[in-house]
Design a protein around this ligand. Sequence first.
Ligand SMILES: Nc1ncnc2c1ncn2[C@@H]1O[C@H](COP(=O)(O)OP(=O)(O)OP(=O)(O)O)[C@@H](O)[C@H]1O
Ligand SMILES: [Mg+2]
Length: 481
Amino acid sequence: MGVPTVLVADDDRSIRTVLTQALGRSGYQVRATASAAMLWRWVEEGEGDLVITDVVMPDDNGLDLLPRIRRVRPELRVIVMSAQSTLMTAVKAAQRGAFEYLPKPFDLTELLAVVARALAVSAPIAAPDAEPRDGEEKLPLIGRSQAMQEIYRTIARLTTTDLTVMVNGESGTGKELVARALHDYGRRRGGPFVAINMAAIPRELIESELFGHERGSFTGAHNRSQGRFEQAAAGTLFLDEIGDMPPEAQTRLLRVLQEGEFTSVGGRQPIRANVRIVAATHRDLRQAIRAGQFREDLFYRLNVVPIRLPPLRERAEDIAVLARHFLERAREQGLPAKTLDQGAVDALRRQRWPGNVRELENLMRRLAALTPQEVITADVITAELAEPAAEEGAGEAGSPRDLGQAVERHIRHMLSGSADGIPTRDIYDQVIAEVERPLIRMTLSATRGNQIKAAEMLGLNRNTLRKKIKDLDIPVVRGIG
Ligand SMILES: Nc1ncnc2c1ncn2[C@@H]1O[C@H](COP(=O)(O)OP(=O)(O)OP(=O)(O)O)[C@@H](O)[C@H]1O
Ligand SMILES: [Mg+2]
């Protein structure tokens, strides 16, 4: 190949100019056009060694051109750029065989690096997979911030692989949603998506939950039971809150990942593991490794492709579209239609959102249900958020005072009948249980299920603790403590 020729199609003239100059300086020949039809003609005539195309052009859509280009020139690499960067565009570009997808505005240095990479590799590109359901489908993930676009690109790239993914992010940032998107757009989408939450299962039961157990393998195992690994066969296994996995289970999981097969608890017959693993945690696993709480070797097995979901406060530009999306969803579910004025949006953007997207979602539902007027203004938002704001200033999160205020707020909602779905009956028991349940559950988790130690820490009589565990339906394993 002499000097490689790059075909550029974009109806934005300034982009054509910038690309022509930059590519020219890097020693490429460039042909640029504003028309998809012209691009198609060049491709058909055998011109060009690489295509860079926009998605929306006046005469045609760059994404629709992709399958046609691949049919006539399967070796020709196509880089897709788009200002309409949604998860769907990114996924479609990947599935239609684009070499790379760049959301606009792009970084010129990055683009040149991609161009060099595209021209360097000459192996035929793997055939794209069949596409998922097409059309104006509802997007699972909302937000077009730079950070989210990076995430869409990563998800899109992963649609054609089975690589293990580790999703990290604060609570409520959308980790589970990302795990589902990886499944729904990936090549295992025909199989099951099975989730297991390590923080919600008593440690003694985790192995049985994961790998199943044989009849009689431990007290209470009356029947053979399938584990999640088996249930997720040919699909995706979502290991949620992986940072809370107890050490023995970590060791066992590591072995399974290394050997590619597992045996059920009490079983002998090895079963081949056929799952794609997506793990998630809000913890800093590197720190957990340093503290001796998480196996480093397991971490590297799982952290093949890390995806970090930024907290909502770091992508304030997504707040308005998310808020409107949640109001719309509330309306679809039968709540009155509401709109946000600019002042309200500004007020939302000033918040810290410790609970991230989930917190915003809950606020929007509450506002949809409670605000009398149709247009939500800044005052409404400020009033609704006033207490948490005051509370934040009042002391460190986690202080007893903080707890008291949180409880107070909760009760006020209950009494006004405003908290979603909470009946205003048996309030005393409900509130006490609300506090007792996490208190006992977390103390038990801190003592690794040891009830004697937990009773000591709580300052409770052992039998009292037992009874509470039973009454509150806190999962725990018999025979411990
Ligand atoms: N980008 C997004 N677009 C639309 N909805 C979102 C987005 N991110 C999160 N959500 C919604 O916010 C809520 C919380 O998301 P999700 O359960 O995935 O968070 P998470 O990170 O798994 O939280 P946790 O750590 O508490 O388990 C869900 O109702 C989800 O649908
Ligand atoms: Mg989650």
